[in-house]
Design a protein around this ligand. Structure first.
Ligand code: FES
Length: 293
């Protein structure tokens, strides 16, 4: 049994605005019975361009009914520009939260709203079209939609993506592709964090931390060593221990201890985290072409 907030239960047992508006200004239909959830949202505007009425019909679970019901309440009185800014997270927050496995219902609500606005702006003719390339054929979810739920909800695992948009929840054949999309976005995030706000490692995932360490080595440390015909390679990261190997002239230099502490460690502490410490991988240094892994 799912843990639902009182607000979810209230909107499930007493849904508001059920039905379909006659002669609506905008109609949005998303999902399909084959996928287990479907939602049709209709709205009518007043003479000032604000949503004066909204109704929904849905096929789905308690969360689908509650999110649709609450969405119709949330958008009443808004202009279309204002309504278009509503995210799935806003809908879930308005309900006091949803079980993680039911977050796809909030995404379906946001999609139906967008489809209805699009329908109105297209003069009632434009049908909602999927943007991007379909990654999950079981549920008809595109790469653009997957990217969007990852970005808007800070998702980091395939399982979370499945909870938010169902992609990956059928045959599982698209999981590798979803994994790649997550990795690309995490890479972008790590780069962005490094550019704008160094020393955030305590709040990063391991993957992000390693990416930041590698980026700092590439941009802040390697150029200085190369200027002296040396080089450095990141071998491993174990918690806050960063294991590196020196190459070229640096591998034979008597001052590597100094380089390691005063250059490598100092830069990594400055740009990634002041908890990091560096150790040299002596085995690897003696066998420069025989890397681990
Ligand atoms: S293709 Fe995505 S679950 Fe089957």
């Amino acid at each position: 049994m799912w843990e639902y907030t009182d607000k979810v239960k209230d909107h499930f047992f007493n849904p508001h605005n059920v039905g379909e508006i006659e002669d609506p200004d905008g109609v949005g239909e998303v999902g399909s019975l084959a996928c287990g959830d479907a939602l049709k949202l209709t709205f009518k505007l007043d003479k000032n361009g604000k949503i004066k009425d909204a109704k929904f019909k849905t096929f789905g679970c308690a969360s689908a009914i509650a999110t649709s019901s609450v969405l119709t309440e949330m958008i009443k009185g808004l202009t279309l520009d204002e309504a278009a800014k509503i995210t799935n997270r806003d809908i879930a927050d308005y309900l006091g939260g949803l079980p993680e496995q039911k977050m796809h219902c909030s995404v379906m609500g946001r999609e139906a709203l967008e489809a209805a606005i699009e329908n109105y702006r297209g003069g009632g003719k434009k049908k909602h079209e999927l943007e991007g390339n379909v990654v999950c054929t079981c549920f008809g979810v595109t790469d653009k939609e997957i990217e969007r739920v990852i970005r808007e909800n800070d998702l980091t695992t395939v399982e979370q993506v499945t909870n938010y948009c169902k992609a990956g929840g059928g045959c599982g054949g698209c999981k590798g592709e979803i994994e790649k999309i997550i990795e690309n976005i995490q890479g972008e995030r790590a780069g962005h964090i490094l550019e704008t706000s160094p020393r955030w490692a305590g709040r990063l995932t391991n993957i992000q931390k390693i990416q930041m360490i590698q980026q700092t080595i590439n941009e802040q440390i390697r150029p200085a060593l190369r200027a002296h015909s040396g080089d450095i390679e990141l071998i491993d990261v174990e918690g806050n221990k960063v294991i590196v190997a020196f190459r070229g002239m640096c591998a034979q230099c008597k001052l590597t201890e100094f380089t390691m502490k005063d250059v490598v460690e100092a830069k990594l502490r400055e740009f990634v985290s002041d908890e990091l410490f560096v150790e040299e991988d002596r085995d690897s240094a003696q066998q420069p072409h025989n890397h681990r892994g």
